[in-house]
Ligand binder design. Structure first.
Ligand code: C5P
Length: 223
């Protein structure tokens, strides 16, 4: 029998990560943070001196690196790249921006396909990203495209950064979120678009619990 997959795609700051993790925990399913794989590759490139336009170097690196995601009893996540923690580095704007640059390269995306598909394990998978429903898991059982207004997404990201004690302005964060959206939407390969069979969900005015409930409601309506 096909292993069920719920895909949650959408722009940065739409709350995909939080919603997907909650869903996976509630259902007892596996969780794939596909953005983290692009971020990890970007961090590894920086570590090894591979430039972000060196397609062959990046593809070779993708097959070499080993990533490990750990969640402790309190729910805190740590990420190891070849045994070394990159948890903090991975979540910086710099890593996000580098990830978005390499994500525009078709051979890099192809190199990450199998890696992502290996996360599809019983009893099920919640996959979060930009092209989960369109490219990586086109046969997913439930597809959600999660959005929120640019202002709301920038505000959420700003609050996250402030909580991490970063010195940033809301204007700068909004400009960065806008630039990343633009790059993700306009790239020629796997652009950020909803799958034809995805359910659109704008959560600008919903909190986390309400959003999770809507997704589960939709998933149940399909079974
Ligand atoms: O989701 P996150 O912000 O961690 O992703 C970082 C970048 O990786 C995104 O801006 C996007 O360019 C890229 N990405 C992608 N496809 C995915 C996940 C992330 O292109 N499935």
């Amino acid at each position: 029998m096909k292993i069920p997959v719920i895909t949650i795609d959408g722009p940065s700051g739409s709350g995909k990560g939080t919603i997907s993790q909650r869903l996976a925990r509630q259902l007892g399913w596996h969780y794939l943070d596909s953005g983290a794989l692009y971020r990890l590759l970007a961090c590894a490139a920086q570590r090894d001196g591979v430039t972000l336009d060196d397609v062959d170097g990046l593809v070779a690196l993708a097959s070499r690196i080993h990533a490990e995601f750990r969640t402790d009893a309190t729910g805190d996540e740590s990420v190891l790249l070849d045994g070394v923690s990159v948890t903090t580095e991975l979540r910086t704007e710099q890593a996000g921006s580098a990830a978005s640059q390499i994500a525009a390269l078709p051979p890099v995306r192809a190199a990450l396909l199998d890696w992502q598909r290996r996360y599809r394990q019983p009893p099920g998978l919640v996959a979060d990203g930009r092209d989960m429903g369109t490219v990586v898991f086109p046969d997913a059982t439930t597809k959600i495209f999660l959005t929120a207004s640019l202002e709301e997404r920038a505000r959420r990201r700003y609050n996250q950064l402030i909580n991490m004690k970063k010195k940033v302005s809301l204007e700068a964060v909004m400009a960065e979120v806008r630039a990343r959206d633009e790059r993700d939407r306009s790239r020629s390969v796997a652009p950020l678009v909803p799958a034809a069979d995805a359910q659109l969900l704008d959560n600008s005015a919903l909190d986390i619990e309400e959003t999770v409930a809507r997704v589960l409601e939709h998933a149940r309506s399909l079974t």
